[in-house]
Design a protein around this ligand. Structure first.
Ligand code: ATP
Ligand code: MG
Length: 176
């Protein structure tokens, strides 16, 4: 297999997580092992049930038990969240150092950095230490410049319209 590259799916429009999963499914179909670590996801989403059927070729990992939005959390809840995110990141570093998969998806890792839960430097160092052949996909709004600099694919999904603006709330099977 040739050199693995780094993808970034960013921007304020819908489609980052689903694009990353779609890419993972394609790669899985050609014999690649896919790991997806979903950060800051407390709520169950449809993809969890679908991807369960693809285990062990496509595995999803979540470490956060804390529910709700970070801006509503008190200090204790924030500390708990930070510890859970750190466990997730330790798992990612271990996955990288022991080369556990061919494709590694880090869903919503951009929010982890923008909320100062893990520093951008730590994520950059992790990416620089990835196995030669491993493909890594990072998603989330507001990708920092340092990540954009070292990525090979950078896609920005911009929202032109979203039904939320019409007052249509998140729908099961579409948003989650
Ligand atoms: P998806 O999970 O559908 O691929 P995403 O990963 O690009 O979307 P996130 O930024 O992770 O989207 O946000 C999670 C959910 O918030 C999405 O399912 C989505 O529909 C909703 N969302 C995305 N963009 C907007 C927007 N501009 N306004 C309101 N809600 C949005
Ligand atoms: Mg997403």
């Amino acid at each position: 297999m040739e050199k693995g590259l780094i993808h970034v799916y960013t921007g304020n429009g819908k489609g980052k997580t689903t694009a990353a999963i779609g890419q993972g499914i394609r790669a899985c179909g050609t014999g690649n092992k896919v790991y997806m670590v979903q950060f800051l996801k407390g709520q169950d989403t449809g993809e969890l049930l679908t991807l369960k059927k693809l285990e062990p070729d496509f595995k999803v990992f979540r470490f956060e038990k804390t529910k709700g939005f970070i801006w509503n959390m008190d200090e204790t809840e924030k500390r708990q969240l930070k510890a859970q995110v750190n466990s997730a990141f330790d798992f990612v570093k271990n996955t990288i150092s022991t080369c556990q998969c061919d494709i590694l998806i880090l869903d919503e890792i951009m929010s982890v950095m923008s909320n100062d839960l893990i520093s951008t430097n730590c994520v950059v160092d992790m990416l620089k230490s990835k196995p030669y052949k491993m493909e890594v996909i990072l998603t989330g709004r507001n990708a920092p410049d340092e990540i954009v600099d070292i990525a090979n694919y950078v896609c920005e999904i911009n929202s032109i319209k979203h039904p939320y603006e019409e007052g249509i709330p998140a729908r099961k099977g579409i948003e989650y």
